[in-house]
Design a protein around this ligand. Structure first.
Ligand SMILES: [Mn+2]
Length: 403
């Protein structure tokens, strides 16, 4: 009575990485490899399962994709040959019309844009799968409401849809969670949103996300879900597949005032994130710093130096983003603009009052809140002064940064 299936989506096979600038020829090859390697790992995992569900955007038809198309078709054919059932729906990047030109192997089922319901017997269980493909590039209708009902002990829905409330994706095939719950399915195998998430359990509503992050916004491990149905309930586990991950670090350069110090700091940040796979590490440098005066060419040279020895399996490739502000000169600010000058003067006066209980009383209001008092002890004079310094600095950085 046990059924095991793999749910993946948004492979976007063979598409390029973005937000990297110029990379070494070695890394360029490595990144092309990463995209396909994630897919091969998916196929290896599916080999141990009864069924593979792919929820759309497997390819991007507007981009050169012959290699991706061949890899995909051959791998799915091999899986089907080994007895793994494969089900696909077309998404907005690979709509149905495109797939009609592709010779899909026997045992690989692509759902039509009209919708179909398929019933199969897997591991002695009766499984129903209902799916609808995107007919064109910008489907506006609610595909959930058009799904053909299906019978079975386990009832699965396979769709590429935009669930309301998700950010950063085009609202193709929009639907609400209420629409999904109104239908009789145990597991919603969805695609389109690249951020992995279990939206709901029982019925399961799941976006596996993509297999390999391709730009700085897609941080962390990506992969697929492996689902085991034991005849009553689903056990749903995430399986990481990306050989390369994106990461972001925000660095404020308090203790650093020269490029030697900065290079050392960046080397240590690199070592903190290094793992067995590759890392594309975006470091955002912020806050006031004397290094603000560094020119574009110098930033490029610094990146080059720090990336020089990274042609290795466990690479950490650095992408620097300079958001530094000019160093704060409090005395100059105090004599300049009226509002800033007033702010700095007030803060300085407040600092002279750290012995004065009135400052203590003002802070005392905060300490009367139980949730605050629970986590913070009494503040000494030195800590009060530091608090004023920090508040002033943040206010100035905020205001100077806004210009
Ligand atoms: Mn999509």
């Amino acid at each position: 009575m046990k059924v095991t299936f793999i749910h993946a989506a948004d492979l976007h096979l063979g598409t390029p990485f973005k937000g990297l600038g110029e990379v070494s020829p070695w890394l360029k090859k490595r990144l092309i490899w990463a995209n396909f390697e994630a897919f091969r790992r998916l196929v290896d995992l599916a080999r141990e399962a009864d069924m593979l569900l792919l929820a759309g955007d497997l390819l991007e038809v507007g981009l050169p994709h012959l290699r991706a198309r061949l890899e995909l078709v051959r791998a799915l054919g091999a899986l089907a040959g080994e007895g793994v059932r494969v089900f696909l729906v077309a998404g907005n990047h690979d709509p149905y019309a495109f797939w009609k030109e592709v010779s899909l192997p026997q045992g690989v089922h692509l759902f039509s844009p009209q919708g179909e319901a398929v019933e199969v017997t897997l591991g002695g269980s009766w499984v129903g799968i209902s799916g609808i493909s995107h007919g064109g590039k910008s489907v506006k209708e609610n595909l959930v409401l058009r799904l053909i009902p299906v019978e079975g002990d386990l009832r699965l829905a396979l769709l590429h849809v935009y669930l309301q409330g998700q950010e950063g994706h085009d609202p193709y095939a929009p639907c609400s969670l209420g629409d999904l719950v109104s239908r009789d399915f145990n597991y919603w195998a969805l695609g389109h949103i690249h951020k992995r998430q279990v939206v709901m359990e029982d019925p399961w509503v799941v976006y596996p996300g993509n297999l390999q992050g391709r730009h700085p916004g897609e941080v962390g491990q990506k992969g697929c879900y492996r689902v085991v149905w034991d005849g009553e309930r689903c056990q749903v586990d995430f399986r990481p597949l990306s050989p390369v991950v994106w990461a972001t670090r925000l660095l404020s350069l308090e203790e650093v005032d020269d490029s030697e110090g900065l290079a050392d700091l960046l080397e240590s940040v690199k070592e903190e994130v290094r793992w067995e796979g590759g890392v594309l590490l975006r470091v955002v440098l912020e806050g006031p710093s004397p290094l603000h005066s560094m020119g574009d060419e110098e930033w490029i040279q610094l990146e080059e130096v720090l990336n020089e020895a990274e042609d290795r399996e466990d690479f950490v490739w650095l992408i620097l983003e300079d958001r530094l502000l000019p160093p704060l000169d409090l005395e100059a600010l105090a004599s300049q603009e009226e509002f800033l000058a007033q702010l700095v003067k007030e803060a300085m006066e407040l600092k002279n009052m750290v012995k004065d209980p009135s400052l203590g009383e003002e802070l005392g209001l905060l300490w009367r809140r139980r949730d605050v008092a629970r986590w913070l002890g009494e503040l000494g004079e030195e800590e009060r002064a530091r608090l004023v310094d920090e508040a002033l600095k943040r206010a100035l950085v905020f205001m100077l940064g806004e210009r």
